[in-house]
Design a protein around this ligand. Structure first.
Ligand code: IPE
Ligand code: IPE
Ligand code: MG
Length: 224
């Protein structure tokens, strides 16, 4: 049985679910948050150490302003209402991506990270304004600025995922088989599951089914 330390999820399909069920993409984002809560709970239960959630990509700024604003309002409300409880559950929150949001949200994100920084059960990484290509270029710039040798070991220390093991398992919901600029370096040897269900319809049973399949995979890393 494979150990499972780190699950990464591309939570896709909110918009389509919202249009289908409530004629509103934003309603889909709201419903998607319920799935986030359930998956966090199950991840704790399963004693998995890291959960990385793709919340907003560097490309998602192309969306209508109204949708972008709604997404950040949802995030803000989620943090305000849930951070104390997450902290009480010994969860550490980390943001990967560039924090250049409104003053209020930046402050809230920093507060949430600082407050939970010493926690030791599950680490949740929220990929927010995250893009893998930007991350890689930034790491290369830092290496060159600090006159370090370009080695794998040095390089990964300049990524935003420094000190986080690579995901063992990547799940993308929403019936789309692509990475959309998510953790391109870190996913080099992850087991990838593309799930047909849209994110708001994804449930704990689906999650457990994937985990069960993952545990049985023979991971070769180039070996036989
Ligand atoms: C993923 O759902 C959530 C974000 C990108 C914020 P989408 O909003 O991409 O949903 P679809 O793919 O349009 O259905
Ligand atoms: C990926 O979903 C980003 C997040 C889930 C946050 P998208 O819906 O933005 O991906 P594309 O644009 O369809 O590739
Ligand atoms: Mg999408």
């Amino acid at each position: 049985m494979n150990p499972l330390k780190h699950v990464a999820i591309i939570m896709d399909g909110n918009g389509r679910w919202g249009i289908k069920h409530k004629n509103s993409r934003n309603a889909g984002h709201k419903a998607g948050l319920n799935t986030v809560e359930k998956i966090i709970k199950e991840t704790i239960k399963k004693k998995i150490s890291f959960l990385t959630l793709y919340v907003f990509s560097t490309e998602n700024w192309k969306r209508p302003k109204e949708e972008v604003n709604y997404l950040f309002k949802l995030l803000e409300n989620f943090l305000i209402s849930r951070i104390e409880d997450l902290h009480a559950q010994n969860i550490k929150l980390k943001i990967i991506g560039i924090k250049n949001f409104s003053k209020n949200l930046n402050k809230l994100l920093k507060y949430s990270e600082k407050k939970t920084s010493k926690n030791t059960s599950l680490q949740i990484n929220l990929a927010l304004n995250y893009g893998s290509k930007t991350e890689i270029l930034h790491a290369l710039k830092l290496i060159s600025k600090n006159k370090k040798k370009i080695t794998e070991k040095n390089f990964i220390n300049y990524l935003q995922t420094k000190n986080i093991p690579d995901p063992d398992l990547l799940i993308r919901t929403g019936n789309t088989n692509r990475l959309s600029n998510f953790l391109l370096w870190q996913l080099a040897y992850s087991e990838i599951f593309f799930e047909k269900k849209l994110w708001p319809a994804f449930n704990v049973k689906d999650y457990n089914k994937i985990i069960k399949k993952y545990k049985k995979i023979k991971r070769n890393y180039g070996n036989i």
